[in-house]
Design a protein around this ligand. Structure first.
Ligand SMILES: Nc1ncnc2c1ncn2[C@@H]1O[C@H](COP(=O)(O)OP(=O)(O)OP(=O)(O)O)[C@@H](O)[C@H]1O
Ligand SMILES: [Mg+2]
Length: 470
């Protein structure tokens, strides 16, 4: 037991008081004593107490009255009542009023000492749990508010393309299980949204969703972030800290950018994934955790497996139920839906008048290839909303959208004819066509046309000459 305990004895018999005080001091606790209820309550008020031991039958303010007052003014203080032999009814009444236990006169000193020790030990344990609960509640509130900052807190995945429907069905299905899920996909495709969606639809949705960005943390920091540390585990570890695995207990742990972790951390992680058990950094106690794991990476599965940096055994532990979120350029049907979604979502924040998108602007948005996927689209819409002056987004509001991308997108979708193609000729043909289009659009202003094509002036002039364009 830590810290000195303060015990207050209230009894109107001098010899009894003295005897009890002696017993309790021998157990290593501090004591104070009072002859009657009134004095006892005053001492409690002045100095506080962990435990009060009071006789029930006293003149003036009796033990029942003391109990009533203590539970009102100092509910964390335990009360042990001393009852006369054969008066079990009073004892029961005292327990109902909040006494933690009773002891019947006459009693042996050994019996008394054991009771006092047990009461103090249980009280300490209860207070510790209360404190932990409170800390956990604060942490959960923090985690939840972090989740809601994401805009689409419960993982609303916009999209009706085949690729997106497949992902939505997948999320519904795997949410029911506890299996580890590995989410693959290029940057900005919505991997985190998939992870949050799985958690939100799972039986664990009332538990925490905890994200760890493995790529953003240095090795040592990542270890203590994931597994926690004991006080003094390393310089600067001034207090004990629970790791993300423990914080995610009962919920889902999202290991983002998993491919970046070092070999040492991989080994530790492997053990937790296998045993669902861990030790904090610098600690010896084994802690069991109940977490569902979702991991994500933008390194494709085959590269992860063939490379030297990622352990095969860890790969197989994570790659239990894999899914790949397709890049946006492979599900262009979703672009208009996503554009509308982001206009609605971002319009209030950008204080824009625009509530829709002009068809020409939409056409360009659909044509572009979106190497940064949905995140890039979201950024472009936000920028456009800031620029837009009318009540619809126009092409002019999209100066950030690279023009070459549009052409490249069309070129890529041209497809290879069955009989094959002369690549040089095809490329030349495409180039000439794009140059003529650019000049048309700029009304013949060459500098502008060169900019539209992402070319410097001299290259542009060289190409004009090559194709004989005036
Ligand atoms: N289908 C979708 N519907 C609505 N919003 C989406 C969709 N997909 C992605 N987003 C949004 O696009 C942004 C990027 O998504 P997310 O963070 O999930 O991508 P990611 O794959 O984790 O990217 P990175 O690899 O860069 O971390 C987020 O703001 C997310 O809300
Ligand atoms: Mg992400």
């Amino acid at each position: 037991m830590s810290a000195l305990k303060q015990v207050l004895i209230i009894d109107d018999h001098d010899s009894m008081r003295a005897g009890l005080e002696l017993l309790i001091r021998r157990r290593g606790h501090a004591t104070m004593s009072a002859e009657g209820g009134q004095e006892g309550l005053r001492l409690l008020d002045e100095r506080g107490a962990d435990l009060i031991i009071t006789d029930l039958k006293m003149a003036r303010v009796d033990g029942m009255e003391v109990l009533k007052q203590v539970k009102k003014s100092s509910p964390d203080t335990e009360v042990l009542v001393i009852t006369a032999h054969g008066n079990i009814e009073t004892a029961v009444r005292a327990m109902k009023m909040g006494a933690c236990d009773f002891i019947t006169k006459p009693f042996r000193s050994e019996e008394f000492a054991i009771k006092v020790d047990r009461i103090l030990r249980e009280r300490e344990e209860r207070l510790r749990l209360q404190q932990e609960n409170m800390a956990l509640r604060v942490e959960n509130t923090y985690l939840r508010s972090e989740a809601e900052d994401g805009g689409t807190p419960y993982g609303e995945m916009v999209g009706e393309s085949r690729g997106m429907r497949r992902i939505q069905r997948f999320v519904e299905r795997v949410a029911r299980s506890d299996s580890t899920v590995m989410v693959y996909g290029e940057s900005g495709t919505g991997k985190e949204l998939v992870a949050r969606g799985i958690h939100a639809r799972s039986p664990r949705h009332r538990g925490p969703f905890v994200r760890v960005n493995c790529g953003a943390l240095a090795e040592g920091v990542l270890d203590s972030e994931l597994f926690g540390h004991e006080r003094g585990a390393f310089t600067g570890a001034e207090r004990q800290r629970r790791g993300r695995f423990e914080l995610a207990n009962g919920g889902t742990l999202f290991l983002d950018e998993i491919s970046t972790i070092t070999t040492a951390t991989q080994v530790r992680l492997l053990r937790v994934l296998q045993e669902r058990e861990l030790e904090r950094v610098g600690g010896e106690k084994t802690i069991s955790v109940d977490v569902r794991i979702v991991a994500a990476t933008n390194t494709p599965a085959d590269e992860l497996l063939s490379g030297d940096d990622f352990r095969d055994d860890l790969y197989y532990r994570l790659h239990v139920v894999p899914v790949t979120v397709p890049p946006l350029r492979e599900r262009k049907d979703d672009i208009p839906l996503l554009v509308d979604h982001f206009v609605q979502k971002l319009q209030p924040r950008t204080r824009s008048q625009a509530k829709g998108v002009d068809p020409a602007a939409m056409k360009r948005l659909v044509a572009y290839d979106w190497p940064g996927n949905v995140r890039e689209l979201e950024n472009v819409i936000e920028q456009a909303l800031v620029l837009a002056e009318g009540n619809a987004l126009l092409e002019d509001d999209l100066p950030f959208l690279p023009n070459l991308g549009a052409g490249a997108g069309k070129a890529a979708s041209a497809g290879l004819p069955g009989e094959g193609v002369n690549l040089d000729k095809a490329v030349d043909g495409m180039e000439e066509k794009l140059i003529r289009q650019a000049l048309e659009r700029t009304g013949g202003v060459k500098a502008e046309a060169a900019r539209l094509l992402g070319l410097n002036k001299s290259t542009f002039y060289a190409k004009l000459k090559k194709y004989g364009v005036q």
